[in-house]
Structures are given as C-alpha cells and as structure tokens.
Design a protein around this ligand. Structure first.
Ligand SMILES: C[S@@+](CC[C@H](N)C(=O)[O-])C[C@H]1O[C@@H](n2cnc3c(N)ncnc32)[C@H](O)[C@@H]1O
Length: 334
C-alpha cells in the first residue's frame, strides 16, 4: 500500500493569479526546504521532480501537491488560449443541450479544471481521473464552482489508470482534457487514449506536454549537456517524454481526428523564482541520475544557477506544446 506524503500544504489556489508581479519570489536556500517530490533524489530509478520521499520502490511516481501548486500560475499563463475558439465551436455544435461532460485525465489537484471551467459557457460536469487518491481529494475540495456564464459546475472523481481508458468509459463525454500528462505516458498508453477519444467521438485538449527544449539566460556551456541528459532520463522505462506530442499527433490523426498544435512555453523570471528553483533542482538532479559522470560539474552548475535565480538574474523558457484533437463525432455525446 502507498504511504501518504509527510508534508502537506492543504492549500490549493482557487484561481491562478496573473503574471504581473515583478519582485523576486523568495527561493529556499537550504536543502531541507526542497519540496518532497520536487527535489533531486538519491535513490536509483526515482524521477526527481515527481517522487515523494516516502513512496515505496514499486509505487508509481507520485506528485507533490506543493509542486503542482507552484506551477499552477505559470501553467495557466502558458496554456494556448488560441485553441479554445475551435474547441468552443465544436462544443456549441454538440447535439443536445444538457450541458458539458468533461473528463480531466491525470487531474492531479485539479489545476486544468480551475483554468478551463471558467473559460467555457454552460453547465458542466467534470469527471476527474487520477491514480492517486490523495491528489483526487485535493482536486475535489478545490474544484471550480461556476462556468464563464455563471452556470453551475459539478465534479466527481474516479481513481484509475488512464492508460487503460476505453471508449465505453467516455460514453456521453463532451470533452477530454489533460495537462502535463502525455509526457509521462508510453506509446501504448497514448494509442489507447487516442482510441478511446476517437472511439467515443470526443474532442481532446491535451495541454503542456514537454517539448524537450529549454532556454536559460544568461547561457552556460553546460546547458545543452544537462538538457540532453534530462531528455534521456524522461524516456526511461518506455515513457515518451519529449516525443509524446508527436506520438499523440500521429495516434489521433491515424484515427481520423483533425489535430492542431500550439506552443505553450513557461516564461519564468524573477516573479517565478520559487518554481524556477524547484524546476532547476529536479532538472539537474534527473540529468545526473541519467549521466552520473556529470555530477561534479552539475553541482557547480546548479549552485551558480540557484544563486542567479535568488538574485533575480535568471530567465528560463521551458517549451511545451498544447494539442487539440477534433475527432469525428459519433453522435453519442450529450
Ligand atoms: C504532472 S502531474 C499533472 C497534474 C495536473 N494535470 C496538473 O496539470 O497540475 C501528472 C498527473 O497524472 C497522474 N498520472 C500519471 N500517470 C497516470 C496514469 N497512468 N493513470 C492515472 N493518472 C496518472 C499523476 O498521478 C499526476 O497527478
């Protein structure tokens, strides 16, 4: 059985704030301030940005709510609003007017719902899926209450593996969404997901998949080596990491869906210093786990990068992609 995380904030922001703060966010300076699950790990096989310290060796990676909370504002600022108009047109043309049924796959603490529910009109029922019951609890407690036009939003949670989704599980669905999920799936799981969505005739808005490219300013000669090692780490165990978006485009297109891609990069500056620091620790930690020979140089690199981050002198662009797949309707959606 999985153990529960030892450190919980219990605080999930109701709505991510705009990115207009210009002061430098405080950055923890000591190792103990690292969020469980967001810092480098020392045990082989663990994935530094995600595994909680007290998870067992056979448990699936778990995500610290504090990490998800830190990224919620930059995620909201990054998601591609341009994909919403074609989605709204599709949703407006659905047969029946009973309201939208939206499945959020790998919902974590529910950040996608807090972003999207208030951007769509009409009553909505959200079905939040995750394999982690602890995160599902957070998601249910902090779920959105109203749509763009003030209509009611209701939620239910479903614990399970989204890699096993079937068209039946999506019967009556108006939309499938996910955020920061595709890159932690395998090709088979993405094929299964695409088959479920297209089989149910349901559009899918799949946001914030890592693209495998980062830009740090000022640059450092080690940037590229760390990035390559991190990308290799993301592909461990058959996971797709930066290859996920292309795999998803292929999987949906092969099944007759029309696919649109849009960039959705994080732009991290002094106002996001706390997130940048945690991201750096996880990014460098994974690179060293993948290529232990980098350790000494990477430690120096991380120290310098954290120092620049603390001083408000570091800018980071982490590239992501958002994908909208419009499946051929099957007539089954509500
Ligand atoms: C990076 S987090 C993103 C969470 C949330 N969507 C967000 O944007 O904040 C990935 C989430 O997917 C869930 N997850 C990963 N693989 C899964 C699977 N095969 N089945 C169900 N949930 C999964 C994890 O538990 C975690 O909550």
């Amino acid at each position: 059985m999985r153990k529960t995380a030892t450190k919980q904030s219990g605080k999930i922001p109701a709505q991510p704030g705009p990115r207009e703060v210009t002061s430098v966010q405080p950055v923890p300076s000591d190792a103990e301030s690292v969020i469980p699950g967001a810092g480098p790990s020392t045990r082989p096989g663990e994935r530094p940005t995600v595994r909680l310290r007290d998870a067992g060796p056979d448990d699936a990676p778990r995500y610290a709510p504090e990490w998800l909370e830190l990224r919620e504002g930059p995620d909201a600022a990054a998601r591609a609003g341009d994909l919403l108009d074609p989605l709204r047109i599709r949703l407006a043309n659905l047969p029946g007017k009973a309201g939208l049924v939206i499945h959020d796959l790998g919902c974590g603490t529910g950040s996608m719902g807090r972003w999207l529910a208030s951007r769509l009109d009409g009553p909505q029922h959200w079905i939040l899926h995750d394999r982690d019951p602890y995160l599902l609890h957070f998601a249910a407690v902090a779920s959105p209450r109203s749509a763009a036009d003030g209509s009611r939003v209701t939620v239910e949670t479903r614990r399970g593996d989204v890699g096993l989704l079937t068209p039946d599980a999506l019967a009556g669905a108006s939309l499938v969404t996910a955020s920061a999920l595709l890159d932690v799936l395998t090709r088979e799981e993405i094929d299964t997901l695409a088959a479920a969505c297209t089989g149910a005739g349901c559009p899918a808005l799949l946001t914030l998949s890592v693209a495998g490219r980062v830009e740090l300013t000022p640059s450092d000669p080690l940037d590229e080596e760390i990035a390559d090692a991190f990308n290799a780490h993301q592909r461990r165990g058959g996971l797709l990491g930066p290859d996920a978006v292309n795999a998803a485009c292929e999987a949906f297109s092969e099944r007759g869906a029309t696919v649109r891609l849009h960039p959705s990069a994080w732009h991290l500056g002094p106002a996001e210093a706390a997130l940048t620091a945690q991201w750096l620790r996880g990014w460098v930690g994974a690179a060293v786990e993948e290529r232990p020979e980098l350790k000494e140089r990477a430690e120096r690199y991380l120290r310098d990068r954290l120092e620049a981050c603390r001083a408000g002198e570091l800018k980071v662009v982490v590239h992501h992609s958002d994908l909208l797949a419009l499946s051929r309707p099957t007539g089954g959606a509500s």
